[in-house]
Design a protein. Structure first.
Length: 372
């Protein structure tokens, strides 16, 4: 078994996935397959040993290594000296060492200068993409909280009135910032945090998939809401997108929304264990092309979805360049969308659990667009 090596804190989701305990400062982590060694300073060692329930993970004090490493003559950083001492004490120099792409370059260069052979792996723990029943339940509960935030947004929009080009709520012009604030309150009350922000974009802003949105909410324009918070307690994300409209929608907008719904339904029919990922994306493309929409620079301009878990975007990714097959236990988003700067954008996103012969929709929220 090759050695896997990481130097990071558990803000790194690969580490959090492997040990399940928060450690705020960077530490050395060695995964031998049958056992795991981590080296912590005394401020964190006792707490880790108390919380650790995995007998394959052994936490060792860092201080003795630091003292021994002071004798190393190389003019280099303390982390480099410590890892050199670890390799020396555990006779690791002849092992093939696998590191992630985010591994510190200075440590990598130092190890290579000492003859260590490093192999970089982009997907460090590929098994993360297949979720356990417990993980599925955690993500499902997170999405229930996200839905509450959407229900709050929907109530504000329903209680708003049209005042010329804009929406008014409780005597004030409604803004993207206010809707985000109201959604954030719901999330925080339920221990979820928008660590990467959220999207509430209107009009031309909604035609840019990642535009966070700002300013006044307009009537007669699409409003894309995309909320993807992290649960403070369990570390997993939820993710959901809906598109809203206040007023009388044009035929153009209604047709876009209908096409997104149909693309979503067509994709759902393709989802199951061992389904080719590229074929799933092609299904969305086919629906949009058949209805006369563009693919690429405008129209449908992004992938069909992505994995969801400890990262908001993780394997598997569903796009034109994807390879491989879906696996039972994958938790993925399905989020077809259409974007035209002069019209606006329409996107609907659900979180799906892949089963042997199909899927479970963990979102189960209305896709109704027009709110009056």
């Amino acid at each position: 078994m090759n050695l896997k090596l990481i130097f990071d804190s558990t803000k790194n989701t690969d580490l959090f996935y492997k040990i399940g305990i928060e450690v705020p400062d960077p530490f050395f982590f060695l995964d031998f397959g049958s056992r795991v060694l981590i080296f912590l300073d005394r401020r964190e060692l006792a707490a880790f040993r108390r919380e650790n329930k995995n007998n394959k993970i052994k936490a060792l004090p860092l201080e003795p290594l630091i003292e021994k490493s002071k004798k190393i003559k190389d003019k280099t950083g303390s982390e480099n000296k410590v890892i050199f001492q670890i390799f020396k004490d555990y006779k690791l120099f002849k092992k093939k060492v696998i590191v992630p792409r985010y591994f510190p370059l200075d440590i990598a260069d130092f190890l290579r200068s000492k003859g260590v052979k490093l192999k970089v792996e982009t997907c460090f723990y590929p098994e993360r993409s297949v979720k356990s029943q417990k993980e599925k339940e955690i993500i499902g509960k997170n999405i229930l909280i996200v839905r509450r935030a959407f229900l709050k947004i929907e109530k504000v929009l329903k209680d708003s009135s049209i005042k010329g080009k804009f929406l008014e709520y409780q005597g004030k012009i409604l803004t993207s910032e206010f809707l985000k604030q109201e959604a954030e309150k719901v999330l925080l009350e339920n221990k979820m945090m928008s660590v990467q922000g959220m999207i509430v974009s209107c009009g031309a802003h909604s035609a840019e998939p990642h535009h966070r949105g700002k300013g006044k909410i307009m009537s007669q324009k699409t409003i894309i809401c995309d909320i993807f918070p992290r649960n403070k307690d369990n570390g997993y994300f939820g993710d959901m997108t809906r598109t809203y409209f206040k007023g009388k929608a044009s035929k153009e907008i209604l047709n876009m929304h209908d096409a997104v719904i149909k693309a979503r339904s067509a994709v759902f029919k393709k989802i199951k264990h061992n389904a080719e990922i590229s074929e799933i994306h092609k299904e969305a493309v086919k629906v949009f092309q058949d209805k006369g929409y563009d693919i690429g620079e405008k129209g449908f301009i992004h992938g069909t979805g992505h994995g969801l878990g400890l990262d908001v975007h993780e394997s598997p990714f569903i796009s034109s360049s994807s390879k491989g097959k879906l696996k039972k236990g994958n938790v993925i988003t399905i989020e077809p969308g259409l974007y035209y700067p002069k019209i606006g954008g329409v996107r609907i996103e659900d979180v799906i659990y892949v089963t042997e012969n199909g899927y479970e929709n963990l979102t189960n929220h209305s896709e109704k667009m027009v709110i009056n």
